[in-house]
Design a protein. Sequence first.
Length: 101
Amino acid sequence: MGAYNRTAGNTSERLYHLDQAKTNHRTGKEMFDWFRDQNSPMFFDDYDNFFGTLHTFAYLFDEQKVLTAIANGRVLEIDMKDWNGKRKDLDEVVEGCFLSP
């Protein structure tokens, strides 16, 4: 295997970048965006070596929302307050849930 495509090539380096990111001063949405940003040291695309970011997922507790996106894809936002306790087909749940990339 060759070198990784980003500066955070191992666990200790990723932990260093997390520490430097001042995560306690960022919102859940900001952290979600940071992890899925192609320029972030937390994003990897070394897919030829079976190593890379496949998706990003977050649950925003205060807002009761789920955010998810495949690598380089659009964000799917599901508001659990609107969905919780209601039986809906998946098509109804995701309709209109996509955010712009």
